[in-house]
Design a protein around this ligand. Structure first.
Ligand SMILES: Nc1ncnc2c1ncn2[C@@H]1O[C@H](COP(=O)(O)OP(=O)(O)OP(=O)(O)O)[C@@H](O)[C@H]1O
Ligand SMILES: Nc1ncnc2c1ncn2[C@@H]1O[C@H](COP(=O)(O)OP(=O)(O)OP(=O)(O)O)[C@@H](O)[C@H]1O
Length: 555
């Protein structure tokens, strides 16, 4: 289906530096492959080469050939390949050009000259597949981040391509939507035998049915092509150090093997494989250092009876909440449940329709914008909404300059943050030319460098490889240790388990739980809120079930 031969690519900015370096691979009929590599190694660039955007739109050089279903991509006219190869890009907003959901899906179908009579059914069918039937007439700008990601997938599925390329398709999806999404792709593959390439940093879920992995190094070389479990067996934690994420469950499996001084015939990639490959496990593997409980009394922000309506729809209702000094709060919940809207209200970006918010006992509405921004930092879900200068260095230095720091001090601070956020060497680049992961790290960096006492971050680690996630979280932890209140929206329960001391669960615009992570993990049926237990707890539960089964069989 796809034949890539000696593909190398460089951008005009530095033609001597290849982003992709002599990459070659084949994708056979109906085959599935994961394309893995650290942030910035060239994965998205490669997808542009597969559907012909590059070299057509490339300001730089491309060498080598890419063939899709026997046709050399470089020789095809724009749009020619779209009925064969469908790409769901990493930033869904970059692929929309119509106002409403149904017009967006119809747009692609019109380009393929599908008769209007067939369109209606097709639109309904794909919206059902991504669970967005109620949003057919919604404007795209009113959708949440996860809902936009689902629309991007629906648009591509409607075209019924022979090959699907998915660039971090689940980065903004809640845990249940992620599971459903992966099931849908698996079902499509089985029904229609389409070829699939998935780019992901979160391998959980995919690893149970895609074993072939093509691994790229940070400088765009192929370092491995073959079975993912074999790659982990060969390289172990070295993959993580190189920025290639391995499933959390596999990390537990590697620790268990180290404890028990044993090796696996086949390394476990899923909880089921883990449980069936280990007969006994030392419970200490699952223990986690609990954060020292801090009894913080000093209230920073308080909200009472918050309500927010938009276009006649109630989006937030009956929210009462206080945030204290030095808390690490995670906001979790389903796509579209209201997490972003709530955090924007609390940060004073939008105003509530009803209710009051006070910051240091003073109503938020009475704060001057400049003073407010010195107190509250906000990292937007879409990093591009945040950039205000035209180079990476200035973006980080911006707030330090406003605070009249000496240029020497600014330089030292910016360099520290550049290195911590793995953005070294990119200081002169325009923020818009960065990879998605680099953009995300820059948007976090611009807030981390400041000294606000309250930080809101809307999915700060999405699209990050393992090493970058750790760096970002360590920076947030450092701010927290120094007294900052960190409020982070996330779909990653392993991060909640590791870093948060309080979790707020949002469901249909209201708060349904507000407690410590430990208390939350003790509740049954988290699925009702579209969240799941962290891997640590899932494994513990599965191991206990298997001990119980064993005990029942023995009696
Ligand atoms: N301007 C608007 N007009 C109408 N509805 C809106 C508007 N803005 C948001 N909504 C709706 O409000 C709901 C909450 O959106 P919000 O972005 O807060 O969700 P979220 O929990 O952050 O979701 P995600 O996890 O997908 O980012 C969604 O159903 C969204 O469609
Ligand atoms: N238009 C451009 N001009 C110059 N450099 C660019 C341009 N587009 C991308 N790059 C650089 O090329 C490299 C590869 O980018 P790409 O988006 O392909 O990475 P990626 O592997 O998909 O990363 P991520 O996992 O962070 O999304 C990055 O270092 C990026 O900064």
């Amino acid at each position: 289906m796809i034949h890539v031969e000696h593909l190398s690519l460089s951008f005009a900015e530095d033609e001597s530096k290849n982003i992709l370096h002599d990459v070659s691979f084949d994708l056979d009929d109906g085959e599935m492959m994961m394309l893995l590599g650290p942030s910035g190694c060239g994965k998205s660039t490669l997808t542009y080469c597969l559907n012909g955007i590059y070299p057509r739109e490339l300001d730089g050089q491309m060498k080598g050939t890419v063939t899709v279903l026997g046709k050399v991509v470089q020789d095809q006219k724009p749009g020619e390949l779209s009925k064969h190869i469908g790409v769901v890009f990493q930033d869904p907003e970059s692929q929309f050009c119509m106002l409403t959901v149904e017009d967006e899906i119809a747009f692609g179908l019109e380009n393929l000259q599908i008769p209007r009579a067939h369109m209606e059914g097709k639109i309904e069918e794909v919206l059902q597949l991504v669970h967005l039937s109620d949003y057919k007439e919604a404007t795209i700008s009113s959708l949440s981040g996860g809902q936009k990601q689902k629309v991007a997938l629906a648009c591509v599925l409607a075209l019924e391509p022979d090959i699907l390329v998915l660039d971090e398709p689940t980065a903004n999806l809640d845990p249940l939507a992620t599971k459903e999404f992966i099931n849908t792709i698996q079902w499509l593959q089985q029904q229609k035998q389409i070829g699939i390439i998935v780019i992901e940093h979160q391998l959980e879920g995919w690893a149970s049915f895609i074993d072939r992995a093509h691994l790229l190094s940070k400088d765009g070389h192929t370092i491995f092509d073959g079975s993912l479990s074999k790659a982990i067996q060969l390289y172990g934690y070295k993959l993580q150090e190189q920025g290639i994420s391995i499933p959390t469950v596999t990390q537990y499996a590697l620790s268990a093997a180290k404890h028990q001084k044993r090796t696996y015939k086949r390394i476990p990639l899923t909880t089921e494989q883990f449980v069936s490959s280990v007969s006994y496990i030392d419970a200490s593997i699952f223990q986690r250092k609990l954060k020292k409980g801090r009894e913080q009394e000093q209230t920073i922000l308080s909200a009472s009876n918050l309500q927010f309506h938009k276009q006649g729809k109630s989006i937030i209702h009956d929210v009462d909440l206080t945030l204290k000094k030095q808390e690490f709060v995670a906001i979790v919940g389903a796509n579209g449940s209201g997490k972003t809207t709530l955090s924007r209200l609390l940060a004073g970006i939008d105003s509530p329709t009803v209710g009051e918010i006070t910051l240091h006992q003073r109503p938020l509405a009475t704060w001057k914008e400049k003073q407010l921004r010195q107190e509250i930092g906000y990292v937007f879900q879409n990093p591009e909404h945040q950039f205000i200068t035209d180079c990476v260095y200035d973006e980080i230095a911006y707030s330090l300059r406003i605070r009249c720091f000496q240029e020497n001090d600014i330089q030292a601070q910016v360099n520290r943050i550049l290195s911590y956020c793995k953005l070294e060497g990119l200081q002169h680049r325009h923020p818009y030319t960065l990879s998605q992961g680099q953009k995300r790290r820059l948007s976090v960096a611009t807030m981390i460098v400041d000294d606000q006492q309250l930080l809101f971050l809307d999915e700060p680690t999405f699209g990050q490889d393992a090493a970058s996630t750790r760096k970002i979280m360590d920076l947030l932890q450092e701010r927290y240790e120094n007294g900052t209140t960190v409020v982070m929206i996330t779909h990653d329960m392993d991060l909640v388990d590791q870093y948060a001391d309080r979790v707020i669960v949002v469901q249909s615009g209201g708060i349904v739980a507000d407690e410590s992570p430990i208390a939350l993990w003790e509740r049954p049926y988290l699925e009702q809120w579209f969240i799941e237990y962290p891997t640590r707890i899932q494994l513990q539960q599965k191991m206990e079930e298997s001990y119980d089964d064993y005990a029942t069989q023995s009696t």
